[in-house]
Design a protein around this ligand. Structure first.
Ligand code: PHB
Length: 395
């Protein structure tokens, strides 16, 4: 009897232990079996629609290259069209954070929208990776441990173009852009480097985002006759600006420089008007490395399209997420360990290897590019390993 009892007891204890073992093993397996939820908040309509599409294509390409999983986990995408509208940004991002309970937010293109997203990400602690928007504050005054960027700060391409303009010996510059964070901060970066190099910005012209009625401003440029014009426009607005600058006869008389967004992803639509334009950016079409060639070939085969800077930034957003996930074997609940790995990441990017600044912005080379045919051809390096100053960041 006692043997039987003890046997029963032992059996019961074993069952409990086995059940516990099953439970202990099963709980994480269950969590790990769920897909990781990625909130893609990007513009799918409006002047930046093509940019959002390229970012998503780039992101998905990297995931596909890993067999459709990161760190052994499937991804589930939840998509929101942010329309590049800052007024809708807080509601849109909160849908992803509160309603959909995403593990990571990836977005966006427009600086004003991204600033609202970063505020919500900081408040909620949700991991956020910015695959384009350059708003300086995201890795400056509004920086946070859980917010990373795989693109650039607005200051960076502005500053590197200012270096080039001063080196070319121009003395009097005019600037033209949309009046919002990206335009104003890019111009500020340009002015900082250009004036340090001995130039002077004589006039800053702006129009509201996303307007494209450039005529009055082009007339003013013609009247002032500066040595050079610096422009920040992107997407559909960049196409129209470059064509209008040419049609106004200015391309022949006043050199036009820009941050590379002026001619990236836009060349087919800009045609002859873009030929010969010089810009600076952290990417160029002809970077002749095995990494970039493999990326471009894979992208072209997959989508029947050439990639651009936006596709590359989206691809690298997925790479950075993979670094974090690999460090925790796919367990997204270990956020601190993910962040620690992402901070130290050395991303093997098609642009060239880059690292993260202490404020989580890429420290990277800025290339000089010239438009030849349908390509932004790298002709030199404007600034090597340019790090954003990260002004105002306390982490
Ligand atoms: C931005 O709003 O930060 C922005 C948008 C488009 C670009 C670059 C920056 O190409």
């Amino acid at each position: 009897m006692s043997t039987l009892l003890s046997c029963h007891r032992r059996r019961a204890a074993w069952l409990v232990a086995a059940a516990a073992a099953v439970f202990c093993v099963a709980a994480p397996v269950h969590a790990q079996g769920q897909p990781i939820k990625v909130g893609l908040m990007l513009p799918y309509t409006g002047t930046f629609a093509a940019l959002g599409d390229m970012i998503e294509k780039g992101f998905r390409l990297y995931v596909d290259e890993q067999g459709g999983k990161l760190a052994g986990r499937e991804l589930q995408f939840v998509k929101v069209d942010d329309e590049s509208d800052p007024a809708k940004a807080t509601d849109n991002v909160n849908k992803l954070i509160r309603r959909d309970n995403v593990d990571v937010i990836v977005g966006t293109v427009h600086s004003g929208v991204a600033l609202a997203m970063a505020r919500a990400a900081k408040e909620s602690g949700t991991l956020m990776i910015v695959p384009n928007a350059g708003a300086d504050a995201i890795t400056g005054a509004q920086c946070a441990p859980n917010i990373f960027r795989t693109s650039f700060s607005n200051w960076q391409p502005g500053y590197s173009t200012g270096v080039v303009a001063a080196q070319k010996g121009y003395k009097r510059a005019m600037t033209i852009t949309w009046n919002y964070a990206a335009g104003n901060e890019t111009v500020k970066g340009f002015t900082e480097a250009f004036e340090k190099g001995g130039g002077k910005v004589i006039k800053e012209l702006t129009l509201p985002f996303p307007n494209v009625e450039f005529q009055a401003l082009l007339t003013e440029i013609a009247a002032q006759k500066p040595d050079v014009v610096f422009a920040f426009f992107a997407g559909g607005g960049a196409v129209k600006f470059v064509k209008d600058y040419d049609a106004a006869g200015l391309k022949k008389t006043i050199p036009l420089l820009g941050s590379g967004f002026l001619t990236d992803g836009t060349l087919q639509a800009q045609g002859e008007s873009a030929q010969g334009l010089i810009t600076t950016l952290h990417y160029g079409d002809n970077i002749d490395t095995p990494r970039n060639n493999a990326f471009r070939n894979k992208f072209a085969v997959t989508y029947k399209l050439n990639p651009d800077v936006y596709a590359m930034q989206g691809y690298d957003a997925a790479q950075l997420l993979a670094v974090g996930l690999n460090a925790v074997k796919g367990d997204v609940t270990k956020k601190d360990a993910m962040i620690a790995a992402m901070k130290k990441a050395k991303i093997d990017s098609p642009r060239g290897t880059f690292t993260m600044s202490p404020q989580h912005n890429p420290t990277q080379d800025f290339y000089i590019r010239e438009v030849r045919g349908n390509y932004n051809v790298v002709t030199g390096v404007a600034v090597k390993a340019l790090a954003d100053p990260g002004r105002g960041c306390r982490m």
